[in-house]
Ligand binder design. Structure first.
Ligand code: AAL
Length: 384
C-alpha cells in the first residue's frame, strides 16, 4: 500500500468515524471537573477545559511547515532569494502575498565585498514582488510591485520586508527603504516607506516620503525601523515594527524588540507610542486581531522568544502561551475580515520564510506556508 493510499485510507476512516459518531469530534467538550483535590496546574487545565478564564489554551498551537511551489530558486546558488512575506490577503477568492525578492549575480558577499551588483546581505539590492494563489500552497509569481526608486530617495539601494494594509478601498504597502548597503556602516539602518494602489495588482504609486523615521540618538529605535506591520485597530492604523535595544548589561549583545506607531491615515503622521518598545522580544513582526485585542507571534530573539502574546489594548502584551515556531516569524493569514479590523477569531495559516541552510548551498531564503490553530474554533491545540 503506497503512502498516499495509507493517508487516503486514514482520511476516509476519520471522516467515516465522525459521520457515524458525531460525538467523536465534539466542537465543545462537556463541562467537567473531578471531585478530588487539584494542583494549580490542573485547576487551570479544567478552567480552560470548561471555557473559563482567558482560555489561554486557545493560543497554544503547534506549527506545521510546507515549502510553497511555483517560485523557482535557481538551484539554490543564492542568486535568488524570496523572504519576509507580508500577511496574506484574500481578495475576490484569490490569495495575495508580497515579499522581498533579490535576483542578483551572486549571493550575499558581505559589506566589504559588496558593490552595485553584489549584495552585502540577503536583503540588499531587493525589490518588492508579489504572488497569488487559490489554495495557499501553490503560488504564481505575478511580478514586481515596488522597484528601487532613483537616488537619493530612500530605498534606492534596496526596498525590502513589506507588509500590506487594505484601507477604504485602497491598498498600501509599507517597506524598508535602504540608502546604503546593510552593514556598510555597521548597521541595518532604514526608515519605513509606503506606496499606494487602487488594486492589489498595482500599479503602485511610489511614495517618496518616509512614514516612520528612525528614533533620535539615545532612543530605543535609533538604529533601525524594520518589519513594518500595519493592522486596523480601534479605527486607526496600528503599525508595529521591530527595532533593537542595546543590552546595557551585555553591550555586545543587541536584543530585538518591537514598537508601535499609530496614525489616522495610511501615510501618517504616525505617532510612536510613549510606552515603546511594547514587546521585549521577537524579530519579524507577526500579529493578528484576537478577541478584541491584538496577539503577537513572538519568535527568534529575546527572553520571551517563542511565545504568543496578547494585549487587550494592543500595547501592554502579556504571555498567553509558549509554542515552537520557525526561527523566522510568519506573516499570518488574517481572515477575509482583515479590512474591518479582523473578526478576532484568530488565524490558521500564513506564510513565512526558511533559511536554506544545507551545507554547500549559498545563503538565501525560500517561502513556506505554516499551518497552526490559533483560532477559537478548534479545542485541540496540538496541530498534527
Ligand atoms: C529580516 C527583517 C528585516 C531586516 C532583515 C531584512 O529578517 O528583520 O528585513 O532588516 O532581516
Amino acid at each position: 500500500m503506497t503512502r498516499t493510499s495509507i493517508i487516503l485510507t486514514l482520511c476516509i476512516f476519520a471522516v467515516t468515524l465522525s459521520a457515524q459518531n458525531p460525538e467523536a469530534f465534539p466542537d465543545k467538550l462537556p463541562e467537567h471537573k473531578p471531585s478530588w483535590p487539584l494542583s494549580a496546574a490542573m485547576e487551570r487545565f479544567y478552567d480552560q477545559w470548561n471555557g473559563k478564564g482567558f482560555e489561554a489554551n486557545e493560543l497554544f498551537s503547534t506549527f506545521k511547515y510546507t515549502p510553497v511551489t511555483g517560485l523557482d530558486y535557481r538551484n539554490h546558488d543564492g542568486t535568488i532569494t524570496r523572504r519576509d512575506p507580508s500577511k496574506v490577503l484574500k481578495i475576490d477568492g484569490t490569495y495575495y502575498v508580497w515579499y522581498t525578492k533579490r535576483d542578483s549575480e551572486t549571493s550575499a558577499v558581505g559589506p566589504e565585498q559588496c558593490s552595485d551588483t553584489k549584495p552585502s546581505a540577503d536583503w540588499d539590492l531587493c525589490e518588492i514582488w508579489y504572488a497569488t494563489s487559490r489554495d495557499g500552497f501553490h503560488w504564481e509569481e505575478q511580478g514586481v510591485a515596488v522597484k528601487r526608486p532613483p537616488a537619493p530617495t530612500p530605498g534606492h539601494r534596496s526596498v525590502s520586508t513589506p507588509d500590506v494594509l487594505q484601507w477604504k478601498g485602497k491598498y498600501y504597502l509599507y517597506y524598508q527603504g535602504f540608502v546604503e548597503a546593510p552593514y556598510k556602516s555597521g548597521g541595518d539602518f532604514c526608515p519605513v516607506m509606503a506606496s499606494v494602489a487602487d488594486s492589489p495588482d498595482g500599479p503602485w504609486k511610489p511614495a517618496d516620503t518616509i512614514v516612520v523615521e528612525n528614533g533620535k540618538p539615545g532612543q530605543w529605535d535609533e538604529n533601525a525601523i524594520h518589519d513594518p506591520y500595519p493592522l486596523i485597530y480601534k479605527g486607526k492604523i496600528y503599525l508595529y515594527y521591530k527595532s533593537r535595544i542595546q543590552d546595557r548589561l551585555h553591550p555586545a549583545r543587541i536584543e530585538q524588540s518591537q514598537g508601535l506607531a499609530i496614525a489616522e491615515h495610511p501615510f501618517g503622521p504616525f505617532e510612536k507610542h510613549p510606552l515603546n518598545p511594547v514587546l521585549n522580544s521577537g524579530h519579524e513582526t507577526g500579529l493578528f486581531p484576537w478577541q478584541g485585542g491584538i496577539a503577537s507571534m513572538t519568535s527568534l530573539n529575546g527572553p520571551e522568544v517563542n511565545t504568543i502574546q496578547f494585549a487587550l489594548d494592543g500595547v501592554n502584551f502579556e504571555i498567553a502561551s509558549i509554542t515552537e515556531m520557525m526561527p523566522i516569524a510568519p506573516g499570518p493569514c488574517v481572515p477575509d475580515a482583515f479590512a474591518d479590523n479582523g473578526d478576532g477569531r484568530g488565524i490558521t495559516w500564513g506564510l513565512c520564510h526558511m533559511d536554506v541552510k544545507n551545507p554547500g548551498l549559498k545563503k538565501h531564503c525560500m517561502l513556506a506556508r505554516f499551518d497552526c490553530d490559533l483560532s477559537r474554533d478548534i479545542h485541540d491545540r496540538s496541530f498534527k
